[in-house]
Design a protein around this ligand. Structure first.
Ligand SMILES: Nc1ncnc2c1ncn2[C@@H]1O[C@H](COP(=O)(O)OP(=O)(O)OP(=O)(O)O)[C@@H](O)[C@H]1O
Ligand SMILES: [Mg+2]
Length: 453
């Protein structure tokens, strides 16, 4: 079956040019010179792909994209944008465009993108782990799971891997953000090049520029040799910015500058070096509240958050718990040459209902310890005390109707701090507020340590 493509551009020469290129590839190509004509054709025919120019008289590409989405949100759209600026591409992708091609159109790029979109592994191609086949689960890269959330994540990775825009991954600590970032890198055309991770919150202030951008020999005391920064190290590949919520103002400004200019300068150097990296960032805090309190720059956030993925906490995807437990069990029993055949049902039930404030990392470490402790099978008694105690450290509590709201907030905070075993970062994550806001509330309600420890 020949794929049928509709090309929309009000510039005739340009439209013809793209049509010829795609006809050469044996696609069936139709043309329209504006949005209205295009919509008429789209309603009458069934297209496999729409390629539209962004800047058009009357109705522009973005408006057209909205119209197409209203008509059929599954119809793939590629946007051709005359401004190489990322904003249009970003906006288009937010609105559901699958990809974008910068103008002037490079014939090879056009052909590649079209081919990829037409043959991409779309959401529908990911096998559903049907309930009738209990052992089926997703195993993508190192990502394991069978919940809807994990399926969505894998689908998103496939969708965005080949589209070279920044991605922001949010999720609680230990939920698998770095794993997802690595899988994204692997699935992308950048995979032969390095994946470089950097925890931007952990760089000492006076080394920021040197860490990120490198330095020339002798540029400061201690700069014995010239050194590449993380951006140069990651050239052609992916730069993973971990825990951006703890990024200092200085790093934020430095980053913003590179993202805007696409160039870096080494410390003590006098030439600009173009950088080609894909930025993937991770956060375990609510960025909205960080921006509200002025701790994170909005302009930088918008540059990082072009495409976002969210990893729900493990307690919100309980279906993953048995699968992950089984996977870790197999791995560790092999690693330690300890034949452990499985987990007893009542022990597994405890794992399923436990709240996992440390998410998959906590589960992994727990299985590791249990494998060491267990004989033959993992039983209830092999589990750590806090998990055996099960729901005793209740997540649920009762409030009377008519409780003053400040009291509701106070009690909820105390209960959450108990659940997070005093870890304020975790508690703030559970409550959906920033660590700073949590501290403010603890202060405001005069919550004392002994109330939650
Ligand atoms: N879906 C999953 N399948 C298999 N292993 C997982 C999965 N999610 C997380 N893990 C494992 O759990 C551990 C923590 O994951 P990762 O480091 O990606 O979390 P994170 O979200 O980056 O945490 P932090 O915010 O603390 O840095 C790793 O050992 C990782 O391999
Ligand atoms: Mg991490």
């Amino acid at each position: 079956m020949q794929a049928r493509i509709l090309i929309i551009d009000d510039d005739t020469a340009h439209r013809e040019g793209m049509s010829i290129l795609l006809e050469d590839e044996s696609y069936l190509v139709d043309q329209a010179e504006g949005a209205e004509a295009a919509m008429k054709l789209i309603r009458e025919h069934s297209y496999d792909l729409i390629v539209t120019d962004y800047k058009m008289q009357k109705i522009d590409g973005m408006e057209l994209l909205k119209m197409i989405n209203d008509f059929n949100p599954l119809l793939p759209v590629i946007m051709v944008t005359g401004y190489s600026s990322i904003e249009h591409a970003v906006e288009a992708i937010h609105l559901g465009a699958l990809d974008y091609i910068p103008k002037p159109v490079d014939p090879a790029k056009l052909k590649n993108v079209v081919r990829r979109v037409l043959h991409s592994q779309t959401a529908e191609n990911i096998p559903d782990s049907g309930a009738s086949v209990p052992e089926r689960y997703i195993h993508f890269g190192d990502i394991i799971g069978k919940s809807k959330a994990i399926k969505t994540i894998v689908r998103n990775i496939n969708e965005i891997a080949s589209i070279d825009v920044p991605v922001l991954i949010s999720g609680e600590s230990g939920s698998g953000k770095e794993l997802v970032a690595r899988a994204l890198h692997k699935a992308s055309a950048r995979s032969p090049k390095p994946f470089v991770a950097i925890n931007t919150g952990a760089i000492p202030k006076d080394l920021i520029n040197s860490e990120l951008f490198g330095h020339e020999k002798g540029s400061f005391t201690g700069a014995i040799d010239s050194k590449k920064g993380k951006f140069e190290e990651a050239d052609g590949g992916t730069l993973f910015l971990d825990e951006i919520s703890s990024m200092s103002e200085a790093v934020q400004i430095a980053l913003l500058r590179v993202l805007e200019s696409g160039q870096i300068e080494r410390v003590g150097g006098n030439r600009s070096i173009p950088v080609n990296v894909r930025i993937v960032a991770a956060t375990n805090e609510n960025m909205d509240s960080l921006m509200e309190s002025g701790r994170f720059r909005q302009d930088l956030f918008y540059r990082l958050n072009v495409y976002s993925m969210e990893l729900p906490p493990l307690r919100e995807r309980q279906e993953d718990i048995p699968v992950l437990s089984g996977y870790f069990l197999e791995r560790f029993s092999e690693e330690f040459h300890k034949p452990i055949s499985g987990i007893e049902e009542d022990a597994l039930e405890l794992l399923r209902t436990y709240s996992w404030p440390g998410n998959v990392r906590e589960l992994r470490n727990m299985i590791l310890r249990s494998v060491v402790a267990a004989k033959g099978k993992i039983r209830k008694k092999d589990l750590p005390e806090n998990i055996r105690a099960g729901k005793q450290r209740g997540q649920e509590f009762t409030l009377k109707a008519g409780t003053p709201l400040p009291e509701v907030e106070r009690v909820t905070i105390i209960k959450t701090l108990q659940l997070a075993r005093g870890n304020k970062l975790k508690a703030a994550g559970l409550l959906g507020i920033s660590r700073r806001s949590l501290y403010n509330k603890i202060e405001e309600y005069q919550i004392k340590d002994e109330e939650y420890s």
